[in-house]
Design a protein around this ligand. Structure first.
Ligand code: ATP
Ligand code: MG
Length: 364
């Protein structure tokens, strides 16, 4: 999959732009605060359906303007397509090939992209919520129906927590209502568990191969899904039963705490390098290798599913990688498009790359 053109109008600091991209390596180059990350954000919106930096679209409108419009022209195995995303006042518009797309689940899943930013380095050192967020976003890209599933889970969780909070304060609450939300929560949790389990199984297969390649066979990575389900079982009804048991046996504790203490919102991914927990023992270089291998694996899983590589957007991370890893990234693969942002040219970037200069939101 390849992006051919990205256009923006009144988006962040960009007044108006039209950027042509090519297959292979594209580098957006410019000083700090010129609009490189803004461009990466604009492109990634088409993949995720919303900005990765903010949930408030108003922030995306250029200061002093009424609205913004961004569009992308991309080529996949079915041909050339366009996607458009615009916001004017309260009016939000999403279009594919000129036709309105109302549901976010129909918008996500067209243009596939993997984004890697310096923030992602917290995947290793950060808390479990960083790793859950990685999983949620990666699975949504893989299967957009996960977006609705996870938001249903969160709604049920909110409702259940509300009742538990009432209980913890000694206020009246409806016991039947609590049971009913526990039941819904167990239902959604079972689907989420199975999706996450199978995603991590795929992920670990690729990360271990890529990690070996990056480290010239020196490092071995192991990734495990950490959840409340002790033993994997592929029968969803049984997983649901297990969650029901967990929720009912912890009910008294949860009534005291005023919130749900178990479930997928507490899951984590355990990452080990050469047998030691990466979060506690990995060097900075190893952390970068782990994240790089996870991001590249995310792309391999997309390729496994749709038969072509997603677009890789590397915002400001090239300078974080040593020469060997930079070479590994830049060597690319057949049919792979990379969009990289950087303040200065890397010494190892060879000829034939598409260099796009960014200055004050303008391109040349
Ligand atoms: P760096 O190399 O430091 O990462 P960058 O080129 O990636 O820089 P961006 O994050 O793209 O920089 O931001 C460029 C500028 O856009 C910033 O100065 C920021 O204040 C500005 N900006 C952000 N949002 C808006 C907006 N809604 N309207 C106008 N300008 C904005
Ligand atoms: Mg930036």
């Amino acid at each position: 999959m390849i992006i051919k053109k990205f256009c923006a109008e009144n988006f962040r600091n960009i007044k108006k732009c039209e950027i042509d991209f090519r297959e292979g390596i594209n580098i957006l180059i410019g000083d700090n605060a010129q609009g490189k990350t803004n461009t990466a954000e604009g492109i990634y919106i088409f993949s995720r359906g919303r900005s990765q930096r903010t949930s408030d679209d108003d922030e995306l409108i250029k200061f002093g303007e009424e609205g913004f419009r961004i569009s992308v022209e991309y080529e996949d195995k079915n041909g050339t397509n366009t996607l458009e995303y615009a916001r004017f006042g309260k009016d939000k518009r999403r279009k594919k090939n000129g036709y309105s797309v109302n549901k976010i689940t129909e918008f996500v899943g067209n243009l596939r992209a993997v984004l890697f930013t310096p923030d992602d380095l917290s995947l290793v050192k950060g808390g479990p919520e960083e790793r859950r967020s990685f999983l949620n976003i990666a699975i949504s890209q893989h299967d957009p129906s996960y977006i609705n599933l996870y938001s249903s889970y969160k709604k049920a969780l909110e409702n259940r927590n509300h009742i538990l909070k009432q209980a913890s304060k000694g206020f009246y609450y409806d016991e039947n209502e609590l049971r009913s939300w526990s039941n819904s929560l167990a239902e959604y949790a079972s689907y989420i568990y199975l999706q996450r389990y199978s995603y991590i199984e795929k992920l670990k297969k690729y990360t271990s191969l890529i990690m070996k390649d990056i480290s010239e066979e020196k490092e071995e990575i192991n990734i495990e899904y950490i959840s409340d389900i002790e033993e994997f079982c592929e029968k969803r009804e049984l997983i649901k039963k297990k969650y029901e048991e967990i929720f009912s046996s912890s009910e008294e504790r949860e009534k005291a705490a005023g919130l749900t203490l178990f479930g997928p919102h507490r899951d984590d991914i355990k990452i080990e390098i050469n047998g030691s927990l990466a979060r506690s023992y990995s060097s900075q270089g190893q952390q970068r290798s782990v994240v790089l291998s996870m991001k590249l694996s995310e792309g391999e899983i997309i390729k496994e599913k749709i038969g072509e590589y997603p677009i890789y957007i590397f915002d400001d991370v090239l300078s974080e990688l040593d020469e060997g890893r930079q070479r590994y990234v830049l060597s690319g693969r057949e049919g792979m498009q990379l969009i990289i942002t950087a303040c200065k040219m890397s010494d190892i970037i060879s000829e034939g790359v598409n260099i796009i200069k960014v200055e004050g939101g303008f391109y040349n």
